[in-house]
Ligand binder design. Sequence first.
Ligand code: AGP
Length: 615
Amino acid sequence: MCGIVGYVGPRAATPIVVNGLQRLEYRGYDSAGIAVVQNGSIEVRREVGKLSNLVNLLAEQPTNGHLAVGHTRWATHGKPSQQNAHPHRDASGEIVVVQNGIVENFRELRESLQAEGFEFQSETDTEVIVFLIALHYAPEGGLAEAVRKALGYLKGPSAIVALTSREPDKLVAARLGNAGGVAIGLGDGESFIASDIPAILEHTRRMIFLEDRQLAVVTRDGAIVQTLDGQAVRPEVHEISWDPISAAKGEYRHFMQKEIFEQARSLTDTIRGRVDFAAGEVYLEDMPLTAERARSFDRAVIVACGTSAYSGLVGKFMLEKIARIPVEVDYGSEFRYRDPIIDERTLIVTITQSGETVDTLAAMEEGRAKGAYLCSIVNVIGSQAARMSDGVIYMHCGPEIGVASTKAFTSSLVDQYLLALFLAQLRDSIGPLARQKLVDDLARLPELAGRLLDADANTVYEDLAERFHRYRNFLYLGRGINYPVALEGALKLKEISYIHAEGYPAGEMKHGPIALIDRDMPVVTLAPQDEVYDKMVSQVEQVKARSGIVIAIATEGDEFIRSRADHVITIPAAPPLLTPVLSVMPLQRLAYEMAVRRGADVDQPRNLAKSVTVE
Ligand code: AGP
């Protein structure tokens, strides 16, 4: 969602901030703006639409200063317009604010500020923050004190950065609740602020992350962090190991394409250093879980949103089969509203690429309050989910920039497989021979993924996309462990190509969706040779009997399916629990090729955001 980038230091601030915002474009936004302290006053430029519009405006009306903050806005209150774009100014034009999050009580705050004579220029909830800061600004306490006081009025999650021309050497950043991250980058005689690491990674790898209810005064010499109650904080300085090159598109046309094709490598990175293949053992470095606690769990609850939730549905099979623990899976957005039955015998596993999805974080809070053990599977290092957890299993798949999640899905599947093995070790739920077999299976996975991604170049996908990209509806069918893959395949297609697609458990087709089958609705069928293969074949027959078109994902060498389906994409034979890691890849590629042919904005689909930091 919204992105924030700030800079203070000796260099020209505008290009650094704009460049940082460009690196956050993947988060999703519909307007952008920048405020720069220039010759003792503040210059603000804002524009609707893509960042390139702001860049054009800056070319016509340049700014020049050494302290700036920029923002990309994803509209919540008020439509995308220049007035509603951030930064927002107070009436004097000497204080500006950018915000991520939502001021839940903004209507009442707005009314009382209006009663005091403040005139609002926008429809946003953010403007109340800048007026509250202006109201409380006093030279003795300065900007930091005014921000602290202003935040005292706000309900709901907010991450803000404020600056004033009265103190032209500092930015003040603060975090209230879970409105996305606030990373402070420490450079050499310069400092950076960003809502997400890739924005500033090319400048520094040394970062501080603000926790809930913390405030930082950021100058070119670094950051002084305090709680909102005024307690001094000694923040941990993290060294980010990501390679900035891996956050660039390279030879690929889109980030999504790059991220699909790098999955053999990302899976290797997910596994690396965590498995002793000779001993058949798994080590999870950030999971401080004793055997005693692991044995005390009577069930696990996997909570996540979107693609991560579908990953959890696959993980249920892994945890139940390997660790022999009953598993329930729920959406973060539903979980906390049903007064879930959780206690200290519950293992909560959250899956979140960004580590900032507000519904997932809320589920974790619910779990924490009820004494559950919190384990999170996270990609973004230092993100809120990672920091809130008792144990973390990082995906280690590198930055995922495309809004449509691909490599994080497959890495999170592997993480759940590792977790299942780890719990099995601690709970003695399977014998050493069975464990050794599962570990050996895992060792082969990256090579199988590499083969699948190299095979038959792009032609099969290009041909299918050419043929089907104008169709308006697709049905995806899967069964058993591949049913969630059908859900994920349908989600990929709809989010990037805007074609309606529905994922369904294959056995349920005859209870309703079969009425839809005709020549206009292709059916993508996941039919690898597993224990439900025969059942999937009979679904294929049922679709064909109604003149439907079948695109089957099948195991290499399966000639029989070729005689039944209209089109076949093959995947290498893989152990059943790991098949979804492979079977999803053709669906990612198909969705990608369709979206490209439809001229869609693959990496930043309309209305979507990479990290969903609002409810
Ligand atoms: C995936 O393609 C989506 N864009 C979306 O469903 C995403 O998986 C979801 O918002 C959860 O994000 P998270 O993994 O960062 O928590």
